[in-house]
Design a protein around this ligand. Sequence first.
Ligand SMILES: [Mg+2]
Ligand SMILES: [Zn+2]
Length: 208
Amino acid sequence: MKNKGTIYQMKKNKKASLGKIAVFLDRDGTINEDSGYIDHPNRIELIPRSRQAIKRLNKKNILTIIVSNQSGVGRGYLKRKDVALVDEKLKTELVKGKAYIDDTYYCYHHPDNNCSCRKPKPGMLNKAARKFHLDLTRCFVVGDHYSDIALGYEVGAKTVMVLTGHGRAEMKSKSIKSKCRPDYVAKDLYAAVNWILKQVKKGGKVND
Ligand SMILES: [Mg+2]
Ligand SMILES: [Zn+2]
C-alpha cells in the first residue's frame, strides 16, 4: 500500500509533467556549423546567437534536448568515443555563454540498419518523452533538414526549419514542398526560439 504522502507526490508529479514542454534541437547546422562528419572537437564552431538562444530556453525552464543522427559511426568514419569528445566540446562552448542542454540523444546507426532511432523515425523523441513525461504534441522540433521537420510531423510536434546549415537548400528541395511543411521558417536558432517562446506564451504553456 502506498501511503498518502507518496500518492500526493505522484499526483504532484503528474500535474507538473502535464505542463512540461521540450524543444528538440538538431545539432549540426542548427546549433553548430555543419562541416560534414564532425570527428574532432576542433571542428565544433557555434553558429552565432546559438548560445543566447539556448540560454533563453533555459531561463523559461523549457527542456532543451539535442537529437542528432551521427551515422558517421555506422559508416565507419568515426567512433562513438569521437562523438563523445565532440559532444563535450560543444557543451563546454555553450556553458561559456551560460547555455545548458538538458539531455542528448544520438543515433549512431548506418541508414541501412533500419533502426528505430534515425531521424525522421521518432525513437529518440519517444525515449525522451518516457523519461521526462512529455506530451510530444506540445513540444517543438528545430532543424536544418527535411528529416527534422518530418520527425516533428511524425509525433505531432510543432516544427521550425532554420536557414542555417543546409536549411536554405532544403527549403528548395522537392520533399519540403510536397510533404510536411514546417510550421515556421527561421533565419537561425535564435529567431526560432523567439517564435517558440511566442507560441508558448500564447498557449500558456509554461513548465513548472
Ligand atoms: Mg542538421
Ligand atoms: Zn539509430
